[in-house]
Design a protein. Structure first.
Length: 259
């Protein structure tokens, strides 16, 4: 999705995408990070801090689950918060971004401090935001979410293109986290240049059994759709059980050595 400067225009785009996803039979739609606005001035964030209600309305209107993130103003502090919203408009859960970027810190965004996984009719879902899922220190966080039972990692992302390596890094780290932890990944990224830094798109759907199964482009607005079957996860975990104990023992040793 190409994020524009006017929130109202972005909201119309979001509704078109949600409506199309619903018509195609999707049960959950993941929207990009800051998909309604990306102007991180404090007054703008205060003005729009309760936009989640508009997304709840769309979830009800099109009878679909939605994962959405934006800046929220709570107790005089700003957080980048993702929401998992049911088809009835109920907020199943929310997550405050932990791996906040330098750009967000400069705008006053605070870090979250909780690890959450939400039980749904589809399976257990985690909703990390952008850098949470593919920073250079995110592997441990992903492992923690997996240990909490996460089966789906649904990731709103802005994906800033600092260099040509940005896309490769993004793709390979997300795929690695998916394959190592046996969960599905759906990551929705922006395109365009709304904040002066180009976004590289390349939204991804990744299977722990098949790797990258859907990938978006760098500069076109599009929607990725895939069927994800949790039976795959059971087969992978069964195959891995004979190695699991040895891996856990080694991991505990490494943690003791590091402490």
């Amino acid at each position: 999705m190409r994020v524009e400067k006017k929130m109202e225009k972005n909201l119309r785009k979001v509704e078109l995408m949600v409506r199309r996803a619903s018509k195609e039979g999707a049960h959950i739609v993941v929207l990009p990070e800051y998909c309604l606005y990306v102007l991180l001035e404090k007054e703008t964030m205060k003005k729009y801090h309760n936009l989640v209600k508009k997304i709840q309305y769309l979830a009800i209107k099109y009878s679909i689950h939605i994962v959405f993130s934006h800046a929220q103003y709570v107790n005089k502090k700003f957080y980048n918060v993702s929401f998992l919203i049911s088809e009835k408009g109920k907020i199943i859960g929310s997550h405050r971004k932990i791996f906040v970027t330098p750009e967000e810190r400069a705008c006053g965004i605070e870090r979250g401090n909780k690890i959450k996984v939400f039980k749904t009719g589809f399976g257990k879902i985690a909703i990390p935001i952008c850098w949470d899922a593919f920073s250079d220190r995110s592997a441990e966080f992903m492992r923690m979410l997996q240990s909490c039972g996460a089966e789906f990692m649904l990731v709103p992302s802005y994906s800033m293109k600092h260099s040509e390596l940005s896309i490769k890094y993004f793709r390979h780290v997300l795929a690695s986290n998916c394959l190592k932890n046996y969960f599905f990944v759906a990551c929705a990224s922006n395109i365009g240049n709304a904040i002066g830094i180009k976004s590289y798109g390349h939204s991804l759907i990744i299977s722990p059994a098949r790797g990258i199964i859907r990938e978006g482009s760098e500069n076109r607005e599009e929607m990725l759709v895939a069927d994800l079957d949790t039976k795959t996860l059971g087969k992978l975990e069964k195959w891995d059980k004979k190695y699991y104990k040895a891996t856990e023992e080694a991991y505990r040793l490494i943690k003791r050595l590091a402490s």
